[in-house]
Design a binder for this molecule. Structure first.
Ligand SMILES: [Fe+2]
Ligand SMILES: [Fe+2]
Length: 178
């Protein structure tokens, strides 16, 4: 769908958010999904629009994902507050928003409301926070890999597969800055 002068409307099939631009971004600016999940608006089939009965195991795995993502978001908000460097503050603010977006996707998949996000603690030291971030993201990556295997629903395999890549990307980002 062309809006004007080569400007297009794109939709991310993972988070369902729209992006306006002349070209697809390399990753979704909202949820971080790789751009193979970003399609022209007319062609996009967002997973958040797929309403099918989920298996009990998938519901349980999504609840665990929701818990993990909301906690990660709160932890990164804490880390953003502690960071001395502007660049590191900004990086953690972005990570907090991406993890919150992941939590919101889960609430859409489960058709539930987002619960209140409680504040989480973190270290005063960047080095400690970087270490903790890698641990968190590594845990998430492993867990989502397991959830891909356990999902009988195709759209959930797509979701967990996309998230796995996003969290792995966060590890690479931190390693670049630490
Ligand atoms: Fe997205
Ligand atoms: Fe996440």
């Amino acid at each position: 769908m062309e809006i004007s002068n080569g400007v297009n409307l794109y939709i991310c099939e993972i988070c369902g958010d729209a992006y306006i631009g002349t070209e697809k971004p390399t990753d979704c600016p909202f949820c971080g999904a790789k751009n193979n999940f970003i399609k022209l608006a007319d062609e996009a089939r967002p997973i958040t629009n797929i309403k099918v009965e989920l298996s009990e195991l998938s519901k349980k795995n999504l609840m665990e994902t929701l818990d993990l993502e909301t906690k990660a978001s709160a932890i990164y908000t804490c880390m953003a507050g502690k960071a001395k460097e502007y660049k590191i503050q900004k990086m953690y603010k972005r990570l907090a928003k991406i993890e919150l977006e992941h939590a919101i996707i889960v609430t859409k998949l489960l058709s539930i409301a987002l619960t209140e996000i409680n504040p989480e603690a973190c270290s005063d030291e960047d080095a400690e926070n970087f270490k903790k971030t890698v641990e968190l993201e590594d845990h998430a990556t492993q867990l989502y890999k397991k959830f891909v295997g356990e999902s009988s629903e195709e759209h959930l395999r797509k979701f967990f597969g996309a998230l796995m890549q996003v969290e792995q990307g966060h590890i690479d980002l931190i390693k670049k800055h630490s």
